[in-house]
Write a protein that binds this ligand. Structure first.
Ligand SMILES: O=C(O)CCC(=O)C(=O)O
Ligand SMILES: [Fe+2]
Length: 633
């Protein structure tokens, strides 16, 4: 069983920069006065007395800046709704309700109506009146109110209108369905758009609309766990719109990770190096398996007989040498110095924002990662997850079916708000890796898993420098807070070619009557994406589910509340069990942590995982010729 130690007390575990509650309240009160007063002054300058009074009322009420912003936003949406409603009434009085593609309404009038409807639906969505926003868009697409009935509300299929679809309105509708986690419906509309685009002369449709359709369709597929089709769509989209930066990025990513590997070994050795230690091929005995609780949905991905309940593994010996780790950190740091003025970004992921950098952006690390995957990580995955639920293997002959969806290096810093931890989430991957690139200059950290441990509080799996933790991506997990210093890890989101497991997860969830998981789903975000919610939205409005936990309500975006991790820590501190005692000789390293301190190459490894009690060795794989059906689990 897992080795457990009692968790540090709450005070030990709360990072120093967290202000106590009452202090925090006082800070937010005084903060609110300033912007509201500025606002009031601005309004007076602009002779807008009403707004000035409103702003002063906010000041008197002691509202926080966030509350003021939210009130003003609500007001703006309500105004937009009132104006749009009136304009639509006028428009329909002039042109009638129905608008067929052969109708005599002028193009300008059609464009005007579209603009109003999109604004109207956007404002309704902003106020969380999503169903009304859907109704408005459907009406604009000539799916009349009269047949909008319970069937639609129950998730029945929309009937597609005759004739060509209005691309912008259909896209907006598909986005709303996607946000509402109605992925099949979203995909149905997008499929119709794709068919329409494929049958239309390329230059007759604005490139932006074409790229938006491909982009969104790809993301819906990713969130439906069908990465293979998503990348096919993005590749096709890039062919249709070669100028589209976001599609190009996805295309280049494939070109980077699917490249033939012929020269990588020598190149990787030259660039990233090693200390001459040959990292032997990983065998199953090299992995310590952590069994998850019965009823964990991610169990549905793998064959129950070969997997048992082991969905999280940690390597018993390092898969990266100390020199390799140091050299990778060096390259990452050099990259930030040369290209990012020394600063790390948080733009790559929406909903759960890591402070990170994509490996494919650092040319020196590309051959290294390709070689690492081929030589060590893919074999490791095959050992850990030998057989999928459909009876197939992660290997196809000698070729690994595992593919990179996202590869990035994450930096946690105890002294930086928003990057000392990562809230609870699941990854958009079948299998994920974290590989520790340092271990001596931080305290805390590790990966918390909801489904591990004896009780409902989960457990933290931590790893020494060079060691890997591999786990099923749909497992709920979090980056446990780093209390002191800096923790740097390599993270990989991987998918398995032609293995889309969404339905397996869904059936398992239904079978065990598990509610829809609350919280956030990790998805990638391209730079500048926040402006376009056609990809993953970064919606920070929170709501509450019936269990009292904050839930995103939205898929795939959700919200980011770093406080969520603080809540998590508080909850964990009650009865947390840490799966392995952390090395006790961490040295303190504060905000001025330098690269040489993070790169802990000189340090002896304080905790040799080979010396741990071995009772958790995995059982040898039993591979039955015909797998029992999932229902037998
Ligand atoms: O910090 C960790 O160990 C987890 C990181 C993670 O879950 C992620 O980047 O998606
Ligand atoms: Fe994750």
């Amino acid at each position: 069983m897992m080795q457990s130690t009692t968790a540090p007390s709450h005070s030990q575990h709360t990072p120093q920069h967290h202000i106590p509650c009452d202090e925090q309240q006082a800070a937010s009160c005084s903060n609110s006065v300033k912007p509201a007063l500025v606002l009031a002054t601005d309004c007076l300058d602009g002779d807008d007395l009403l707004e000035a009074h409103e702003a002063l009322a906010y000041v008197r009420a002691g509202l926080s800046p966030a509350a003021i912003e939210s009130l003003r936003q609500r007001k703006k949406y309500n105004e937009e709704i009132a104006v749009c409603k009136m304009l639509l009434q006028v428009w329909h009085a002039q042109h009638g309700m129905e608008l067929h593609h052969n109708s005599s309404v002028l193009t300008e009038d059609v464009n005007e109506r579209r603009r109003i409807v999109l604004c109207y639906a956007g404002a309704l969505e902003g106020l969380r009146r999503r169903q009304e926003a859907v109704d408005a868009l459907r009406l604009c697409l000539n799916i009349g109110k009269e047949e909008f009935n319970e069937e639609a509300e129950e998730g029945g299929d929309d009937e597609l209108p005759d004739g060509p679809l209005d691309i912008q309105v259909t896209l907006a509708l598909a986005k709303l369905y996607f946000k509402d986690n109605q992925k099949e419906k979203a995909m149905r509309w997008l499929q119709s758009l794709l068919t329409q685009l494929r049958g239309t002369a390329a230059n007759s449709i604005p490139a932006e609309e074409v790229s938006d359709v491909f982009h969104l369709a790809g993301w819906v597929k990713i969130h439906n766990d069908d990465h293979t089709v998503a990348y096919e769509l993005w590749t096709e989209g890039y062919g249709a719109v070669p100028g589209c930066a976001s599609l190009e990025r996805q295309f280049q990513k494939r070109a980077c990770w699917d490249r033939p590997l012929t020269e990588d070994a020598a190149l990787a050795q030259k660039i990233v190096g090693g200390d001459g230690t040959v990292v032997e091929v990983i065998r199953r005995d090299d992995l310590k398996g952590f069994p998850v609780r019965d009823g964990t949905p991610a169990l549905a991905l793998f064959h129950p007989a070969t997997q048992q309940r082991n969905l999280v593994f940690r390597s018993r010996r390092p898969i990266l040498t100390a020199i390799e780790c140091a050299n990778v950190l060096q390259k990452v740091e050099e990259f930030h110095q040369e290209h990012r003025e020394g600063a790390w970004g948080t733009v790559r992921h929406s909903s759960v924002k890591t402070t990170d950098v994509a490996v494919e952006d650092i040319p020196a690390l590309r051959p290294w990662l390709r070689e690492l995957l081929r030589q060590r990580l893919y074999p490791l995955i095959h050992c850990a997850y030998p057989q999928l639920a459909d009876g197939s293997s992660t290997l196809d002959g000698n070729h690994s079916r595992v593919q990179v969806h996202d590869a990035f290096i994450v930096r946690y810093d105890a002294d930086t708000d928003g990057s000392f931890s990562l809230p609870e989430h699941s990854d958009t991957s079948a299998v994920s890796f974290t590989v520790a690139l340092n271990s001596h200059y931080f305290e805390g950290g590790g990966t918390w898993f909801e489904a591990l441990g004896e009780d409902q509080n989960g457990s933290v799996v931590d790893a020494e420098r060079g060691h890997a933790v591999v786990f099923a991506g749909p497992l709920r997990h979090a980056g446990y807070p780093v209390e002191k210093g800096v923790r740097v890890i390599l993270v990989l989101f991987l998918y398995i070619e032609n293995f889309s497991y969404g339905e397996l997860l869904e059936n398992y969830t239904k079978k065990y009557d598990i509610g829809v998981s609350c919280g956030v789903d990790r998805c990638q975000q391209e730079e500048g994406e926040e402006k376009q919610d056609s990809k993953c939205s970064n919606d920070k409005r929170s709501n509450q589910d019936s269990t009292g936990r904050k839930a995103s309500g939205d898929m795939p975006g959700g919200f980011v509340v770093y406080n969520q991790t603080v809540e998590l820590v508080e909850m964990l501190n009650l009865t947390l069990t840490i799966s392995n005692s952390a090395p006790s000789d961490y040295s303190h390293c504060g905000s001025s942590c330098s690269l040489s301190q993070i790169i802990d190459i000189e340090e002896p490894n304080p905790c040799n995982l080979f010396d741990l009690p071995n009772q958790d060795y995995l059982e040898e794989a039993v591979t039955p010729s015909t797998p029992p059906p999932i229902a037998a689990m």
